[in-house]
Design a protein around this ligand. Structure first.
Ligand code: COA
Length: 148
């Protein structure tokens, strides 16, 4: 994908220097509270490689978010196909996010989501983008309402 800039963030494909952070957001109990799995380092590395491949192939995906001012990777915000969810209509595209806890509460997901939605509507032309969360995951639902 071509990197995108927002006011505070760069949205870009994954790099090897992100592996520690990516493992942490896939294994941390607070981050993964509503997920039925945890990934060890090997599983996280494999998942990052998979996301990187999809993002290269499609030009969009669950991309890394990096703070411009510090160069820190904070997690991911992106859009992706849902082929692995057969209960959704074919062609459904979802928007999703997962940040390390120290970056919560700063509006980064809202900012990045707005950029992704604008990129879709103005450039990609994928049409409707859906988002869903576990019912009790209240931290995730306000971001679902992000719109450009
Ligand atoms: C879901 C998750 C990404 C939400 O993170 P977040 O930091 O709350 O989301 P945002 O970046 O949109 O920030 C919004 C919050 O920042 C605050 N904020 C601070 N500065 C802000 C700014 N400049 N602009 C917008 N919001 C700002 C808002 O008030 C809001 O806080 P509130 O919910 O207490 O009112 C995060 O909790 C997470 O990674 N959870 C674990 C993974 C997960 O559950 N993912 C979703 C699965 S469906």
């Amino acid at each position: 994908m071509k990197p995108m800039r927002t006011e505070r963030l760069i949205l870009r494909n994954w790099e090897d220097r992100d592996r520690d952070l990516f493992h942490r957001i896939n294994s941390d109990e607070q981050v993964m509270e509503f997920f039925p799995f945890r990934r060890d380092r090997a599983q996280a590395d494999a998942k990052m490689d998979e996301l990187r491949g999809v993002t290269d192939r499609d030009g969009y995906g669950f991309a890394a978010a990096e703070i411009i001012a510090t160069g820190e990777c904070i997690g991911f915000v992106g859009i992706t196909g849902t082929e692995h969810m057969p209960f959704l209509p074919a062609g459904t595209v979802e928007i999703g996010w997962r940040l390390a806890p120290e970056f919560w509460g700063k509006g980064y997901v809202t900012e990045a989501s707005e950029a992704w939605l604008a990129h879709d509507f103005e450039t990609l032309g994928l049409g409707e983008i859906v988002s869903f969360a576990v019912y009790d995951n209240h931290r995730s639902t306000p971001s679902c309402n992000a719109s450009p």
